[in-house]
Design a protein around this ligand. Structure first.
Ligand code: NAD
Length: 364
């Protein structure tokens, strides 16, 4: 069974790194990797040679039984695959439901790594968590890079500097890592989330928790937040506004699965922030938590820098690729037995990720 990994065309990461390719090979897989696939993450073709066959994109696409990537490929390229080949990527079918019929129309089977259930058993396969954690870390470093001030308190012969104030909205995987990183840099941190479980985690990191009364939660949502009422979001925006006026940095990570991100920082709030302040909006790709965010752009409004980079993990490609590949390897361990594919639908992880299964059954 051939597992093929193409070069990412618009990403610095690669879905498989040499040391993990060795382990995937040990599962009985034959690994094909495109020439130069690891170059932007600082893995050379030579590094892969003992575990994989380094080849051209054309040969890789025509030879693949399973095609693994970080971002989905174009339809034109998927059409070059064998019938019944398995494509493994992050298709986000809950945001783009049309992808199921599209892949089935090409005779392909789809596995979406972002659909792996967020259970303890599947934690080691959770690419969303690995990448969100890097994004949270990098968000703080990017904020520090743009902030015209220190993060820590400084007492020097030339005078004293107060520590920066950081507000983190959304304390999930990315938010918690942002809090931890901002604390390590010596800033004062406060954070808010609609899930009450987040409160204890925020406090345990030494940050202050900002609670807004009346949040809706749903235990059936698999650890995810649910959409909030208009009244709640309005109360929350007022609370954010009070704190934003004093904040040097706001990091927003609030997402609601399958929906547009909640708008927590309107233009009026940005208008009231001090010049030089920085907002890093990790929800940029789903509409942004700040009204002024532009996806994949940095905008400056009244001296406030708003960073809407939705692929912060791509700024740290070497470790991001390593962790992504490790997540994939852990998933392959339940998918491949003696080099052969076993799509065991009694396994809830496979059932969650193998999103074209139902459409395939209907076609037969
Ligand atoms: P996410 O990226 O979907 O959302 C980020 C955060 O935004 C969440 O904490 C959410 O509650 C919060 N949020 C949504 N609306 C908000 C609003 N109006 N105001 C403030 N915050 C808001 O979530 P995530 O970080 O991927 O994960 C969320 C939770 O899922 C985790 O904290 C954890 O409890 C659970 N989880 C479990 C596992 C596992 O067990 N394998 C893995 C990952 C996550």
């Amino acid at each position: 069974m051939k597992l093929a990994i193409p070069r990412e065309l618009e990403d610095t990461r690669v879905a498989m790194v040499p040391e993990v390719a060795e382990k995937a090979k040990a599962l009985g897989l034959e690994i094909l990797i495109e020439e130069g696939a690891g170059a932007s993450s600082f893995y050379s073709d030579q590094d892969y040679e003992s575990a994989a066959t380094v080849t051209t994109r054309e040969k890789l696409l025509s030879g693949a039984d399973m095609l693994l990537s970080i971002n989905p490929l174009s339809d034109e390229e998927y059409k070059k695959l064998k019938k019944d080949a398995i494509v493994i990527s992050q298709f986000q079918p809950f945001l783009y439901p049309e992808v199921t019929d599209k892949l089935r129309g090409m005779g392909l089977r789809g596995i979406s790594l972002d659909m792996i259930p967020r259970t303890t058993l599947a934690q080691s396969m959770d690419v969303l968590s690995s990448m969100a954690s890097i994004a949270g870390y990098k968000a703080v470093l990017e904020a520090a890079r743009h902030l015209p001030r220190y993060f820590p308190m400084m007492i020097t012969a030339a005078g004293s500097v107060r520590p920066a104030k950081v507000l983190v909205l959304g304390a999930g995987v990315a938010g918690l890592q942002a809090i931890a990183t901002a604390k390590r840099l010596g800033s004062m941190v406060e954070a808010s989330d609609t899930r009450l479980a987040a409160k204890e985690e925020v406090l345990s990191l030494g940050a202050k928790f900002v609670e807004v009364e009346g949040a809706r939660e749903d235990k059936e949502a698999g650890g995810y937040a649910v959409e909030q009422s208009k009244e709640f979001l309005e109360r929350q925006r007022q609370e954010v506004q009070k704190r934003a006026m004093k904040a040097d940095v706001i990091i927003t990570t609030a997402q609601v699965r399958g929906r547009k991100a909640p708008m927590l920082v309107p233009k009026e709030t940005v208008d009231q922030m001090r010049a030089g302040s920085v907002i890093v909006d990790l929800a940029a790709s789903t509409g942004g938590n700040c009204e002024l965010t532009k996806d994949n752009e940095i905008v400056v409004h009244n001296g406030v820098t708003i960073i809407g980079n939705s692929n912060l993990a791509g700024l740290m490609p070497q470790d991001a690729s390593l962790l992504y590949a490790n997540n994939v390897l852990n998933f392959l361990k339940i998918l491949v037995k003696d080099g052969q594919l076993t799509l065991d639908m009694s396994n809830e992880i496979i059932r969650g990720a193998y999103f074209t299964a139902e459409a395939e059954a209907q076609q037969q």
